[in-house]
Design a protein around this ligand. Sequence first.
Ligand code: NAD
Ligand code: LMR
Length: 329
Amino acid sequence: MTRTPVNVTVTGAAGQIGYALLFRIASGQLLGADVPVRLRLLEIPQGLKAAEGTAMELDDCAFPLLRGIDITDDPNIAFDGANVALLVGARPRTKGMERGDLLEANGGIFKPQGKAINDHAADDIKVLVVGNPANTNALIAQAAAPDVPAERFTAMTRLDHNRALSQLAAKTGVPVSEIKRLTIWGNHSATQYPDVFHAEIAGKNAAEVIDDQSWLADTFIPTVAKRGAAIIEARGASSAASAANAAIDHIHTWVNGTAEGDWTSMGIPSDGSYGVAEGLISSFPVTCKDGKYEIVQGLDINEFSRTRIDASVKELEEEREAVRGLGLI
Ligand code: NAD
Ligand code: LMR
């Protein structure tokens, strides 16, 4: 039986994450080795030529699952019939730019894109926002799409999750595949909180295996939270292949599910769980099944964790107030 191709829209397609992402989507790594895809690339006019070059290279790979590539600078066309949308293109912070300026500039991108998703996307649309500030950009897009269920708008903290797994593996000498139930809470920013208190390392409680609160507080948490800045410092550009990899992981897990006994981290609209103000797009521990996610409930949050979750949520509340003040939500 021939399957109908899934429409995958990627914004910022000519950027560095776009270049690391598109070939993996077209090869079947996003949705599965038996799922044909049609790519819709959205760029600003200055990015169209480079996007065309990338499309030529995609053609030259002769991917059996790739059923077409459309390139446009019009969000209404890019999101028409979209089943999956990866919102990567964003306005980077430049010299002298205040946080309010950054939020306003991104509002100019994510508000119209949210409206175009509302008006044109397929009923089963799933949205992942990668472009920073990812959580609040996702909130802006979601607020502009009142006809789309709010839970379809998510923000990427899977890169932080993967970074934390890797740091724990390096510390303990246990392979990443044997580390489970790690959680990133809060914002994709330096205030995020990677929580090991419910994690398991080779079947044992992670906090007991490590048994070194000062390593957690002074090394692990800041290393994970500031890893994005460390990559920029080392590479002279922000993370690209690892960010694309995390975007693939996020959608693949959302669509195909989490493994039994494990969970992942996703930035999702809060339902008030764990004291996170309702409506904020904050990272939580989630399980996924049949294309839906659920927050893992009933975890005991100790004092060490509570303070850190609250600090990151406070930052998200401040960002929400700022975009509300700008009339963006
Ligand atoms: P980049 O500058 O290389 O590419 C961005 C692309 O977006 C450019 O080609 C630009 O023309 C395009 N663009 C800008 N405005 C657009 C619009 N309105 N519509 C469509 N396209 C538009 O940047 P990059 O390295 O690919 O990073 C993209 C974003 O991802 C940045 O905001 C970065 O901070 C963020 N990021 C997030 C994470 C995360 O974990 N959430 C990780 C890494 C990077
Ligand atoms: C990352 O975590 O690598 C990025 O969000 C950093 C950035 O500012 O683009």
